[in-house]
Write a protein that binds this ligand. Structure first.
Ligand SMILES: N[C@H](CCC[C@H](N)C(=O)O)C(=O)O
Length: 264
């Protein structure tokens, strides 16, 4: 099996070119094995680039637990860069994912800009915030975010009775400046802190204290690197024209045996 490894601000992915449908029969166990950082290749998730009528491609995303999941923002950005590296070169990409169509553009400096779905509401949850940016996100504003035990605090919320059934991604956000936040995320389906989470960074930017009605531009610092989120907040508190912008890097390509070793 030939694979490609990409990362977007440290959120890393195995990508398979599935334009000839050769990888469609991957099982949950196989994807989990491929994402395993000891027995397999190692990644936060795996993506298929599928052909799709009317779009440049279709994105299929699987968390490292092997199960198909909802939208992955960093994954979407990496998949656009993968398409470019395959020779699919467009001024503007238009691909389809589980949460609908997405536009994307690659800047001259390599920044990949991904249009995210509109967010029609942000709910209050006992003083924290809940919103869906293509994946479900819990946002808690904190101080000293880098001192936090994100793994245990995140797991506690994710497995609490309110979220245990479907899960939720948990973001801890420190407002450093009116237009700059620091975000750390415990990711559902990885069941650990990732170095960044694109839909989580987007959710955190929309939920952060200082955004105002009209155009906003939020700088987001994560353990894996820097991203920016642009959006228009409407007078009735919906969020549109939302773009997640940042690097997407091809790390290596390789091949892995088709059958995992018997003892894995
Ligand atoms: N773990 C998320 C999906 C991937 C999100 C993240 N990797 C991103 O960049 O948006 C979930 O199951 O909801």
């Amino acid at each position: 099996m030939n694979f490609f490894k990409y990362q977007g601000t440290g959120n890393d992915f195995i990508i398979l070119d599935n334009r000839n449908w050769s990888y469609t029969a991957l099982t949950t166990d196989r994807i989990k094995f491929l994402c395993d950082r000891r027995f397999g290749i190692g990644a936060d998730g795996l993506m298929l680039l599928n052909p799709h009528t009317g779009y440049d491609f279709e994105m299929k995303y699987y968390n490292s637990d092997g199960r198909e999941s909802t939208m992955c923002g960093n994954g979407g950005r990496c998949l656009v860069k993968f398409a470019y590296d395959l020779g699919i070169k467009k001024a503007q990409y238009n691909f389809i994912a589980i949460d609908g169509p997405h536009l994307a553009e690659i800047d001259a400096d390599g920044t990949v800009n991904l249009k995210m779905k509109d967010v029609l509401k942000i709910d209050d949850f006992h003083g924290d915030l809940l919103l869906d940016t293509g994946s479900p996100h819990y946002v808690k504003m904190v101080t000293d975010v880098m001192e936090l035990d994100v793994f245990h605090k995140g797991m506690e919320i994710r497995y609490s009775s309110d979220f245990a059934k479907d899960g939720v991604n948990v973001n801890f956000v420190e407002q450093r400046r009116p237009d700059e936040i620091v975000v750390r995320t415990y990711e559902r389906g990885v069941e650990d802190e990732t170095l960044s989470c694109g839909t989580g960074v987007t959710a955190s930017a929309l939920a952060s204290y200082h955004n105002e009605v009209g155009k906003n531009y939020v700088k987001v610092i994560t353990k894996g690197g820097k991203l920016t989120v642009r959006f228009n907040r409407t007078a009735d508190d919906t969020y549109e024209d939302v773009w997640l912008c940042g690097p997407a890097i091809r790390v290596f390509q390789g091949s892995i045996d088709n059958q995992p070793p018997a003892n894995s």
